[in-house]
Design a protein around this ligand. Structure first.
Ligand code: C2O
Ligand code: CU
Ligand code: CU
Length: 527
């Protein structure tokens, strides 16, 4: 276990008061690279078969609501062929089960934490907090980092699903252990549809495919290796898609809709097709773009979602096309981190009714219609490393904790529009900045228009080296929500703040106001 000096200090301070403090800070260690699986034992790229995450069916459905039961538990899964890896899972699966829902239906997910009381190797208590990323959830159901569910407890999360159709994902957000928990498997898709999206005739069913891209590293016995790299991030040497190393996917000669999520802990990608062929972006984090946007590559940081349509119609059966990665700077690369997956075009018949790419998608997204002139307030947030801490305007989540969760960095008025400037003046790292609750429109980056693929509703902005990104936001809802870097190692080491959307007519709900309860107090779901 490699601990930084700061970790040791924190752990030392903590050791004397272990039973008094409900929350440990920075006990989490990282593994040593000494026992890393040698490259010669890793699978050959493209030798594994692609698979999709399973879709979960509700335990109960009423006229208005779907209820799901999910257990967070340690399970053995096969990620590297021939090895069993202990993962932290939703329902025993990596990635976790996909939830599908139509706009307007409520969803309640019961999340029971049956993880071990202590991680045997990393020596931390795997408390959890489940965040549905992309959802305007109430504060108490948003996966507020400090609203933890400890092993032996459960919490019922409610989701309104009132927003436009989009690709969301749920993942762990437990304070200080988000990176370890998500890394070991606590991440899954959540796909919301709506009538407009269904009317477009986009590729559907087997042609609507989630691609959850991540990276990982393994010990020689096949267990996950978690390396902190001086708290700058966790960079693996194996690229996974839906939990499979460098898979090959058979595709028919037609259009596919891919929902591409980078669920890496720290790694950003700049991906493209090996033959240089263009493809079309049809949706970003917050849903459909106005029209398809033709691109040949996407710079894609953690937690960003880009939906693309790739057309394989012009390829002969047997054609092989790889999804490759031109690693953006300040990632740690390895022999095969420049490859992600492969498509193999196969012959065979296929339905054609949904073999479509309409020329108009959603021209009326309310966020994209916002104008800078509507902004009533401007705020600036600096993301920087200071005294070996990751900070936002010089503050960390510790400041929030020390204030009894009162301290906020901004108090926008409900329904007001603001311009937030996200600034990274370092050349040494990039920060994918995520603002909870809202969708935003990227106005510009260093004064220039956003990249073509970013011209849709977003909730994460890639704030690269020496970049300043301005985003335009309308704050609907009320209450306290987090904003943080989605390099989850930065987030855990404490680049996280909160803002409060203020509604003068009534206070927001308390993000800690609906705490988890012991498993033995669990009543039947849906009552
Ligand atoms: Cu995807 Cu606050 O996180
Ligand atoms: Cu989020
Ligand atoms: Cu960061």
């Amino acid at each position: 276990m490699k601990l930084s000096r700061r970790d040791l200090l924190k752990a030392g301070v903590f050791a004397g008061a272990a039973t008094a403090l409900p929350l440990q800070r920075f006990v989490s260690g990282a593994d040593s690279l000494a026992t890393r699986m040698p490259a010669s034992k890793l699978p050959r790229p493209f030798s594994s078969t692609f698979r999709r995450p399973s879709v979960i069916t509700p335990s109960i459905s009423t006229a208005t609501t779907d209820y799901y039961d999910i257990t967070m538990r340690a399970a053995q899964v096969e990620i590297l062929p021939g090895y069993q890896t202990v993962a932290y899972t939703y329902n025993g699966q990596v990635p976790g089960p996909t939830i599908r829902v139509d706009q307007g239906r409520q969803v309640v997910v019961r999340q029971a934490n049956q993880l071990p009381a202590m991680h045997d190797r990393l020596g931390y208590e795997p408390w959890t907090s489940v965040h549905l990323h992309g959802s305007a959830s109430l504060p108490q159901f948003d996966g507020y980092a400090s609203d933890i569910t400890r092993p032996g407890e459960f919490k019922d999360y409610q989701y309104p699903n009132a927003q436009p159709a989009r690709t969301l994902w749920y993942h762990d957000h437990g304070v200080h252990h988000t990176a370890q928990n998500a890394y070991q498997g606590l991440a899954a898709m959540y796909l919301m549809s709506d009538p407009l999206e269904r009317s477009l005739g986009l590729p559907s069913g087997e042609f609507d495919v989630p691609l959850m891209i991540s990276d990982a590293m393994f010990h020689s016995d096949g267990q996950f290796l978690f390396s902190l790299d001086d708290e700058s991030g966790m960079w693996g040497d194996v690229m996974l898609v839906n939990g499979v190393p460098w898979p090959t996917m058979d595709v028919k000669p037609r259009k596919y809709r891919f929902r591409v999520l980078n669920c890496s802990i720290s790694r950003s990608l700049n991906w493209r097709l090996s033959n240089g062929a263009p493809f079309h972006v049809i949706a970003t984090d917050g849903g459909l773009t106005a029209a398809p946007i033709q691109v040949t590559n996407i710079r894609h940081a953690g937690a960003e979602r880009y939906e693309v349509v790739i057309d394989f119609a012009k390829y002969k059966p047997g054609t092989l096309i790889q999804l490759l990665n031109n690693s953006p700077k300040n990632n740690r690369d390895d022999t095969n981190t420049n490859r992600i997956m492969q498509f193999r075009v196969v012959s065979g018949s296929f339905p054609t009714a949904d073999d479509n790419l309409p020329s108009v998608l959603n021209p009326n997204n309310p966020v994209m219609a916002l104008e800078e002139s509507q902004a009533v307030n401007r705020r600036r947030f600096r993301f920087e490393r200071k005294n070996s801490q990751w900070t936002i305007n010089g503050k960390t989540w510790k400041d929030v904790e020390d204030s009894g969760y009162r301290y906020t960095v901004a108090q926008p008025l409900k329904d007001s529009v603001e311009v937030w400037t996200l600034e990274n003046s370092s050349g040494g790292w990039f920060h994918p900045v995520h603002i909870h609750l809202v969708d935003f429109k990227i106005l510009d980056r260093n004064g220039r228009p956003p990249h073509p693929w970013e011209r849709g509703p977003k909730d994460v902005a890639y704030v690269g080296e020496n970049e300043t990104v301005r985003v335009l936001v309308r704050f609907e809802g009320r209450g306290k929500y987090m904003m943080h870097c989605h390099n989850l190692v930065h987030e855990d080491h404490d680049m996280m703040a909160q803002f409060e959307v203020v509604d003068p007519s009534m206070p927001g709900d308390d993000p800690m106001g609906t705490p988890a309860r012991p498993l033995d107090q669990m009543g039947p779901l849906g009552q």
